[in-house]
Design a protein around this ligand. Structure first.
Ligand SMILES: C[C@@]1(CC(=O)O)c2cc3[nH]c(cc4nc(cc5[nH]c(cc(n2)[C@H]1CCC(=O)O)[C@@](C)(CC(=O)O)[C@@H]5CCC(=O)O)C(CC(=O)O)=C4CCC(=O)O)c(CCC(=O)O)c3CC(=O)O
Ligand SMILES: NC(=O)C1=CN([C@@H]2O[C@H](COP(=O)(O)OP(=O)(O)OC[C@H]3O[C@@H](n4cnc5c(N)ncnc54)[C@H](O)[C@@H]3O)[C@@H](O)[C@H]2O)C=CC1
Length: 241
């Protein structure tokens, strides 16, 4: 465990570098972003349980997924059989990351994961290292989805299981109604952008949109989807003052 080094232990170069990046407090602050990987090549090195857990959300996000590993777990093998990912059935070799936008080093071999991370760094690619996160440049949060709503939870690596548990707690707070609610907002926002050329009116309409009681109506089961005519007349009524 790197976090509580017994006297006499030394740190390797990547651990020292990570500590430097983390600052004196030892707490690194990661930047949360939402990445569009649709149609982009993403490489996972390793084909076990952890690789499988990373693969699911990548496929959901439409990535062109390549898994490089001499063996595949059942879940990944099924995905490969269905043609959802490309399996390169051999150990990782330098050059394998060409053309990728994102990299996961998820083998059970630290040295292999470090070699993958080194190649990624050289190519300027973000890389996740499953065996020892500090060797990589990004970590994976727990994720809750409600249609267009995404909630990502990270403990900055302090407790992956805690991240999963907190995600479940948030799932209890944000019900299924958020999915149709955000579909509604999306439809209205798109219509407002089409129908209202004046930036000032548009921003007033968008603010009013957020004040509608639709979320509660959805919870109570009283919401009736708006027709195009109703949307246009709401925009007309609310476009000025
Ligand atoms: C740093 C990070 C890097 C990364 O993987 O991106 C990382 C690292 C490590 N995880 C380890 C162990 C476990 N990880 C899980 C589960 C999850 N781990 C996830 C993320 C992260 N894990 C990133 C930080 C996230 C944050 O910010 O908090 C989740 C949230 C997302 C996901 O992976 O998709 C997903 C829950 C998904 C869900 O269910 O919602 C479980 C529980 C389980 O498997 O059931 C265990 C076993 C129990 C335990 O050890 O706690 C080990 C030790 C390995 C060893 O001992 O050899 C390391 C290595 C290290 O600490 O460096
Ligand atoms: N980040 C996280 O969330 C977690 C990380 N871990 C760590 O992640 C690592 C992987 O864990 P699991 O998937 O459970 O292991 P696993 O044993 O199920 O899978 C390891 C995979 O790596 C592949 N592999 C081995 N050498 C390779 C090489 N040279 N090139 C390409 N692939 C190679 C194997 O064929 C196998 O498919 C372990 O080091 C473990 O400590 C474990 C639990 C959670």
């Amino acid at each position: 465990m790197e976090s509580s080094l017994p006297v006499g232990w030394t740190m390797d170069e990547s651990e020292l570098e990570a500590l430097g990046r983390a600052g004196v407090s030892g707490m690194k602050k990661y930047l949360p972003i939402m990445l569009d990987v649709e149609g982009r090549r993403v490489v996972i090195v390793g084909g076990g349980a952890v690789a499988a857990r990373k693969a699911g959300p990548l496929l959901e996000a439409g990535a062109e997924l390549v898994v490089i590993s001499p063996s595949l777990s059942g879940t990944l093998a099924a995905m490969a059989d269905e043609g959802r990912l490309q399996w390169i059935s051999r150990p990782y070799a330098p050059g394998d990351l060409q053309g990728a936008v994102l990299v996961y080093a998820a083998s059970d071999n630290r040295a292999v994961n470090e070699a993958v991370a080194a190649e990624a760094r050289q190519l300027g690619l973000p890389v996740n290292v499953a065996s020892h996160a500090e060797a990589g440049t990004f970590i994976t949060p727990g994720v809750l989805r409600r249609g267009r709503l995404t909630v990502a939870v990270s403990t900055s690596g302090a407790g992956p299981s805690a991240a999963a548990e907190i995600t479940q707690q948030i799932a209890g707070l944000l019900g299924e109604e958020y999915e149709p609610y955000l579909d509604f907002l999306h439809e209205l926002r798109t219509a407002i952008k089409q129908l209202e050329p004046a930036a000032e009116n548009r921003s007033r309409l968008l603010r009013r949109l957020g004040k509608l009681d639709v979320l509660n109506e959805l919870r109570q089961g009283t919401f009736i989807p708006w027709t195009r005519d109703e949307i246009e007349s709401w925009v007309a009524r609310n476009r000025e003052i």
